[in-house]
Design a protein around this ligand. Structure first.
Ligand SMILES: NC(=O)c1ccc[n+]([C@@H]2O[C@H](COP(=O)([O-])OP(=O)(O)OC[C@H]3O[C@@H](n4cnc5c(N)ncnc54)[C@H](OP(=O)(O)O)[C@@H]3O)[C@@H](O)[C@H]2O)c1
Length: 326
């Protein structure tokens, strides 16, 4: 029986323990969505990494699609600068030209090469997109594990019923699902996400929450007058920014009462309090350090309730999720 190291969270039923927040690396090397090279440099990324791991963060999330391999390559350079034991998670994107499940092993080998590792701690299917069924992709993940290329299997953006189908395949191989990564924040907590979280807790599957800051909206840095962030596919538009202002005011008040916490720290703490491991994107040292201030304290149950009431009417459109259920 494994004992729980202080403050760490077990990755499913595995031997791996991760910190209560992880570091998201989508923006590292990604020009298209996150303006890498314009809004942040390699030095900024190095600083964000250093600040995070010096504070003890051990869980890092990447994907082959982030910067089309750029994030994984940057991570490889950064991993060389530390001897800390880090838990690295990556994902395979079901590109439309990936018409055979054999492409998973090929894609995974590309990831391993870019990261400079022989085996990955956690590997996930990025999206359950058609045409290949979740069962077939899962069988490929099992094969990757049998070949020693990955230690644990996860899913990302899967609904509860899709996750159940994955678990059924895994159970035939006496394997457990280690993690389910979901889009989850104060601006995206529909009831079905809460049922999924509950099911994960019952089955001891770690819930990893992505975009916990709603891609910056929940930091409070945008006002209806300020300019919008550049880059494709950002979550907010001017109307959303206008509608979230009362929520931001409440987050500031709650943060003040909690000892001077910022809206970003309140947003991340909320996601932790809901039983998830938020993976937070940071482009530079300042952002990483602020985000680290979300751990080591806790919102009250009343705060959580008030935040959810204040955010319940604001819905962010996210077409990819619809596509993944089709
Ligand atoms: N599985 C999936 O499909 C999926 C999808 C999305 C993300 N993810 C993972 O989850 C991670 C986090 O999600 P995310 O990057 O989309 O969104 P996020 O963590 O909600 O927001 C990150 C962005 O917010 C801004 N920011 C971060 N900290 C800040 C601070 N303290 N003050 C002000 N601005 C701050 C930065 O962008 P600016 O400076 O440009 O504002 C940063 O890139 C990703 O990096 C990735 O690893 C997974």
């Amino acid at each position: 029986m494994m004992t729980k190291p202080t403050d760490l969270i077990r990755l499913g039923k595995s031997e791996i323990w991760i910190t209560p927040i992880g570091l998201g690396t989508w923006s590292w090397g990604d020009r298209l969505f996150w303006s890498y090279g314009i809004s942040h440099s390699i030095q900024d990324v190095k600083d964000a990494f250093e600040a995070s791991i010096m504070a003890g963060i051990n869980f890092i999330d990447t994907a082959e699609i982030y910067g089309f391999g750029g994030s994984e390559k940057l991570l490889y350079e950064l991993l060389k600068t530390t001897d800390r034991e880090l838990i690295i998670a990556s994902k395979l994107f079901p590109y439309p030209w990936r018409l055979s499940t054999k492409s998973l092993i090929r894609g995974l080998k590309g990831t391993l090469k870019r990261l400079g590792v022989e085996s990955l701690d956690l590997y996930m299917m990025h999206w359950p997109l058609p045409p290949i069924s979740v069962e077939k992709w899962t069988a490929s993940l099992v094969r990757a594990r049998e070949e020693g290329l990955i230690k644990h299997i996860g899913v990302s953006n899967y609904s509860l019923s899709q996750m159940r189908r994955v678990q059924e395949v895994l159970s035939k191989h006496k394997l457990d699902l280690a993690a389910s990564q979901i889009h989850y924040s104060l601006l995206h907590h529909p009831p079905e996400k809460n049922s999924l979280i509950q099911a994960c807790h019952e089955d001891q599957v770690a819930v990893v929450a992505y975009s916990p800051l709603a891609q910056g909206l929940l930091t409070g840095k945008y006002t209806p007058e300020s300019s919008l962030p550049k880059g494709m596919m950002r979550l907010g538009n001017r109307s959303v920014i206008k509608r979230i202002q009362p929520l931001i005011v409440l987050m500031r008040q709650i943060g003040e009462r909690a000892g001077g916490k910022t809206p970003a720290q309140v947003a991340i703490n909320w996601a932790s309090k809901k039983g998830t491991v938020p993976i937070v994107g940071a482009k530079n040292r300042r952002q990483a350090e602020e985000n680290l201030g979300s751990i080591g304290w806790s919102l009250t149950d009343d705060d959580v309730h008030d935040l959810e009431i204040a955010s319940s009417d604001i819905k962010l459109a996210f077409p990819m999720e619809k596509l993944a259920r089709s």
